[in-house]
Design a protein around this ligand. Structure first.
Ligand code: CUA
Length: 328
């Protein structure tokens, strides 16, 4: 049993060493950096208090244990000096915590919006994230591209229940509340991919309401935007025509094939550049042919309770899969 535990602990340690943890203690922005600093300072203060208090307790327990032949010790009541000390020290500690917290809150407060910021609207749906680049006229889902070193001003909206937008390495959590306009900001100083997660229980698939923030160089971001602004791939062959007809017909009730159609009432994500993403269904699955086929056959077995309950007509199944895969 012990050996198993040691092996498990070792494996966990090795795995966590290979993959940087998506935690705020591994910050990639000044916001998470400030929060991590505050956390570490408080942790160290708490450790010092713990060691001193518990150390004194253990020491006294050992030193002053009742021994054979001991008489009743001297009885006393009240010790003014001692009581002043253990009242004043915690008060000083709490004041220090308060000052550091206020400083951190100020340091991470949103800077006033300015020219050159990226303005975004993030919309929570059960159970996926819509990302609207309102200035750039594009809508996408589940993968948020931002340029490195640029402040991103985010307006948060929900079309159904309360969600919470959280990218631990980049920002704190902000609730996404129906009929309320919450805002937040973030700015990454590192190129890379950072995991995000809905942080407010919002139904059965809350855990599968994930997303990714992809921080790119300005040039890579511009190239991504240029591609997203292009119209979706147009059908060439007869099969593609049939798939296109279905996708702009029945499927259009929930999905758009127009990347510039920013419409929060659509129940499902914009599909114009579906295969420019690496995951789908709220960042739940890798986007590849195999997973897409399983999804279209039976979405409910992969993510029970999601809104896509449609069955694709058998004769169009292959052509729809093939057409979707061309939407890069
Ligand atoms: Cu959305 Cu939890």
């Amino acid at each position: 049993m012990l050996r198993k535990l040691v092996v498990l602990a070792g494996a966990t340690f090795l795995l966590s060493a290979c993959q940087p943890s998506p935690s705020f203690l591994n910050p990639a922005s000044s916001i998470s950096g400030h929060v991590a600093d505050l956390y570490n300072t408080i942790l160290i203060m708490a450790l010092v208090v713990f060691v001193l208090v518990e150390g004194a307790l253990v020491l006294i327990l050992i030193r002053d244990r009742h021994k054979e032949g001991d008489k009743l010790p001297h009885q006393l009541h009240g010790n003014t000096n001692l009581e002043i000390i253990w009242t004043v020290i915690p008060i000083l500690l709490v004041i220090a915590l308060f000052v550091m917290t206020v400083q951190t809150v100020n340091a991470i407060a949103a800077p006033s919006p300015k020219q050159g910021d990226l303005n975004l609207r993030v919309v929570g749906h059960r159970w996926w994230w819509e990302f609207d680049y309102t200035d750039l006229g594009i809508a996408t889902a589940n993968e948020l591209h931002i340029p490195v070193g640029t402040p991103v001003q985010i307006a948060l909206e929900s079309v159904d229940v309360i969600h919470s937008f959280w990218v631990p390495q980049l920002s704190g959590k902000t609730d996404v509340v129906p009929n309320q306009h919450n805002t937040m900001w973030l700015e990454s100083d590192q190129i890379g991919e950072f995991l995000g997660q809905c942080a407010e229980f919002c139904g059965t698939e809350h855990a599968l309401m994930r997303f990714k923030v992809i921080v790119e160089s300005q040039a890579d971001f511009d190239a991504w935007v240029a591609n997203q602004q292009k119209p979706a791939y147009q059908p060439q062959t007869e099969d593609e025509q049939a798939a296109y007809k279905e996708l702009t017909g029945t499927c259009a009730a929930c999905h758009s094939l127009d990347p510039s159609e920013i419409d929060t009432t659509k129940v499902g994500p914009n599909l114009a550049h579906l295969f420019s993403r690496s995951t789908f269904a709220g960042g739940s699955f890798d986007l590849n042919e195999e997973n897409l086929r399983s999804w279209l056959k039976d979405t409910q077995s992969m993510k029970p309770g999601n809104d896509m309950e449609i069955t694709i007509p058998q004769q169009q199944f292959d052509s729809i899969v093939e057409y979707l895969m061309k939407l890069k």
